[in-house]
Design a protein around this ligand. Structure first.
Ligand code: SME
Length: 155
């Protein structure tokens, strides 16, 4: 098992332990994002929530303050939301319409999350390293998105 898979497997076990805790779901989501950021040495990780038909708004995150509003279809996040497809960007400077919230971010993966079959948020993950993300990240972060989908149903 490679290092990245082993880390994700451990993270999923740690996340499962939150299930029985009687804390608000917002606290569980903060903790999940913090675990991922710390373990995977991420630069920034957070949620952008669909606030209306045209806009994503900054939700729970870990890292520096970030852009608050992203138009649907713009940047990596807006593209993931508009297409409902995972976006993996090896070098953010090459992505048309990339929204640079931080100069330090070099690569990015964004996954859509769903409510009743429609995109309701995206999980945005940024690294300082070029090409930090691949299909292994898409697979495991997809499992994290499924956990977040459940936690986001209630405060
Ligand atoms: N780079 C993103 C914007 C969000 S920040 O990375 C936190 C984008 O192009 O959608």
């Amino acid at each position: 098992m490679n290092d990245k898979i082993a880390k994700y497997e451990l993270l999923l076990k740690q996340m499962a332990e939150f299930n029985d805790l009687e804390i608000p779901n917002s606290g569980k989501i903060c903790s999940i994002l913090s675990l991922l950021k710390d373990s995977l040495d991420l630069f920034w990780i957070g949620l952008y929530m669909k606030t209306n038909e045209n806009t994503l708004g900054l939700g729970i995150y870990q890292g520096l303050p970030a852009c608050t509003l992203i138009p649907y279809g713009k940047g990596v996040c807006g593209t993931a939301a508009a297409t409902a497809q995972v976006q993996i960007v090896d070098d953010v400077t090459t992505f048309p319409g990339y929204i640079a919230c931080h100069a330090e971010a070099a690569s990015e993966i964004v996954l859509p999350g769903f409510k009743q079959g429609n995109v309701s948020f995206v999980l945005d993950v940024d690294s300082k390293e070029i090409a930090a993300f691949n299909n292994t990240d898409a697979l495991y972060l997809g499992k994290v998105v499924n956990i977040l989908e459940t936690l986001l149903l209630e405060p």
